[in-house]
Design a binder for this molecule. Structure first.
Ligand code: AVJ
Length: 315
């Protein structure tokens, strides 16, 4: 079992080794999400300091009728990333007469389990899961009912994980998948007081620290690494100039570790970058979207303007 896991992960191992060989050691945030990491992320979304999820949910609840009016009837709702969230359920409950719901995820197991749950809860919805890496163009399934338009749904400010050029590339894939007459509904976290942002990534219960450190456990378990997890510490800082949170794992000693056959040295105080979480201004996001051929038609926010849900159409 462990051996076949390693064999299946050889492309990933090369990617991990390349990231750790760079001047700034780094590991992609996608390695947060093994089973334990997904559980920890669910816990994060319920932390009092982590304003993102609850604020976005509130924005959805408060504006769902207006959102439905913009989506229209007989649309195909295409969700980039996991399709089991509460936000998706709010949409499916209120957006009646959907032609189809198409969750797109790279993890087939997770995707099919959540698709099945959605089918049970919404038996009238044509649920057509697609296993794909959504950063690349992929083929859309043909629903039984011909959709009037495609709506790409990308909640959670996951767009914030991508640096500017990669975010534009991803928005271009969405533009393309939306097709003629298509639109995007996307959750976008906003720039705000640095203390609010830093607390969201340095919670008092230490869940985010555990989430960050779990990445090393995940690599030890599934990718033949041998990190001494106790010798690393969680760090999260908001870089106000760049408008992004930088998550790192900081080495607590001069030490070495290996990933598969490749050995690495890391100095005391040296960091491994694990995640960027970009925060946007409304103008900054609109200009990034326009580079990808998209125009912001509508922005919904909470009263404190912490978070936004935005409706974008093709220019
Ligand atoms: C799922 C990428 C939106 O950036 O806030 C939460 C991930 N990292 N706490 C975020 C995360 C640390 C989250 N995203």
């Amino acid at each position: 079992m462990a051996v076949s896991n390693l064999a299946m992960g050889s492309a990933e191992i090369s990617e991990i080794v390349a990231g750790l060989s760079a001047d700034q050691k780094q590991i992609s945030p996608k390695y947060f999400y093994d089973e334990r990491g997904s559980q920890l992320f669910d816990q994060i979304t319920q932390l009092p300091e982590y304003y993102l999820t609850n604020t976005e949910l509130g924005i959805m609840r408060d504006n769902i009728d207006e959102m439905f009016a913009m989506v229209g009837k007989q649309a195909s709702l295409i969700e980039f990333g996991s399709g089991s969230s509460l936000k998706t359920r709010i949409l499916l409950e209120h957006v009646s007469e959907l032609a189809a719901y198409v969750p797109v995820d790279i993890s087939s197991e997770h995707l099919h389990a959540s698709a099945q749950q959605i089918r049970e809860q919404f038996p009238h919805v044509d649920v057509l899961p697609v296993v794909a890496d959504f950063t690349q163009a992929f083929a859309l399934p043909k629903p039984t009912v011909m959709p009037v338009r495609n709506i790409i749904y990308f909640p959670g400010s996951t767009i914030g994980n991508f640096e500017h050029d990669m975010a534009v590339d991803l928005l271009r894939v969405m533009y393309q998948e939306a097709g003629k007459g298509g639109a995007l509904l996307i959750g976008v976290d906003l720039q705000k007081d640095a203390d609010i942002i830093e607390s969201a990534y340095n919670d008092s219960a230490g869940v985010t620290a555990e989430f960050n450190l779990n990445m090393l456990q995940h690599l030890n378990r599934d990718y033949g690494a041998n990190f001494d997890v106790d010798e690393f510490a969680h760090s999260a800082n908001y870089d106000e100039d760049k408008g992004r949170v930088v998550l790192e794992l900081v080495s607590q000693a001069d030490q070495s570790f290996a990933v598969g056959d490749t050995a690495f040295d890391i100095a005391d105080g040296e960091a491994i970058l694990t995640e960027y979480s970009h925060k946007y201004t409304l103008d900054g996001f609109a200009s990034m979207a326009s580079t990808a051929g998209l125009s912001v038609e509508k922005v919904w926010m909470d009263a404190k303007q912490l978070f936004s849900v935005q409706f974008l159409t093709r220019l």
